[in-house]
Design a protein around this ligand. Structure first.
Ligand code: GLN
Length: 259
């Protein structure tokens, strides 16, 4: 199975980690994450099933996908860096990481400061509410007068901002979170009335927590892996992604993490 394969390889990387790290430092005076042969992946966990921690280990669809892509592209997978979502692009541009694998939507704004791989996943936004609660909105208009939350720096936040601009949600009712796990906790505890979040992750939380999807907001967004604009390894990454989609590895990962 793909998952076992990647976990085996993680274990392998741990054992060669020390030697690999000094080799990377020796080959890296320019300040990028690793040497040219190493791609250091970065993510923001707490976004299941794309990236989350399980028994202290970072796992998920993006984790397996990125490791497989980096490997097939002919590079070594560096040690994962796990930061808050809105820190990922600065971390990438500062060279702390070389690749963002964080269910990150390809947007025009982001495309101005980083490059994206070809799209690898499609999603819409969803509105999450308390399971079995009194608040059951069926459209964005129903959010009027309620407290609405999202994670800082996300396309979910963009949707809330649009509702604020339209005068549907008031600015003071916006609840901004460092990560969606905290937002879902606040929703369960009744400290916020609704959360705007990517639908695949909303589904995952609805299965595992006391929350449910009230309705969907169609955004038609596409996720891409992020790399620095001057990193010419992106074409190898795109080739690897295409190969994984063609040979069925991609579908295996989807059935492993989404079914
Ligand atoms: N897809 C959303 C975005 O890019 C959310 C990503 C996330 O929270 N990891 O903004």
């Amino acid at each position: 199975m793909a998952r076992e394969y990647s976990m085996d390889r993680r274990a392998y990387l741990r054992t060669v980690g020390a030697a690999g790290a000094s080799a990377a430092i020796a080959g890296c005076l320019g300040g990028s994450g690793g040497g040219d042969d190493v791609i250091v992946p970065g993510t923001a966990s707490g976004f299941p099933p794309f990236e989350f921690t399980e028994n202290g280990e970072l796992v998920g669809f993006d984790v397996d996908l990125a490791e497989e892509v980096i490997d097939r592209a002919g590079y070594e997978v560096g040690d994962w860096v796990d930061v808050e979502f809105d820190t990922l692009i600065p971390s990438l541009n500062e060279g702390d990481i070389d690749l963002v694998a964080a269910a990150m939507t390809i947007t025009e704004d982001r495309d101005e400061t980083i490059d994206f791989s070809d799209p690898y996943y499609e999603a819409n936004q969803a509105v999450l509410v308390q399971e079995g609660g009194d608040f059951n909105p069926s459209s964005v208009e129903d959010l009027e007068g309620n407290r609405v939350g999202a994670q800082s720096g996300t396309t979910g936040e963009d949707e809330v901002q649009a509702l604020i601009d339209e005068g549907i949600v008031s600015e003071s009712d916006y609840r901004q979170y460092d990560n969606y796990t905290l937002a879902v906790q606040d929703l369960e505890n009744g400290n916020v009335d609704a959360i705007v979040i990517d639908i695949p992750v909303a589904n995952n939380f609805a299965d595992s927590r006391s929350v449910e999807i009230a309705f969907e907001i169609e955004t038609g967004e596409e996720y891409g892996l992020g790399m620095r604009e001057d990193d010419d390894r992106l074409s190898d990454v795109n080739d690897a992604l295409a190969e994984i989609e063609e040979d069925g590895t991609y579908d295996d990962l989807v059935s492993e993490w989404f079914e």
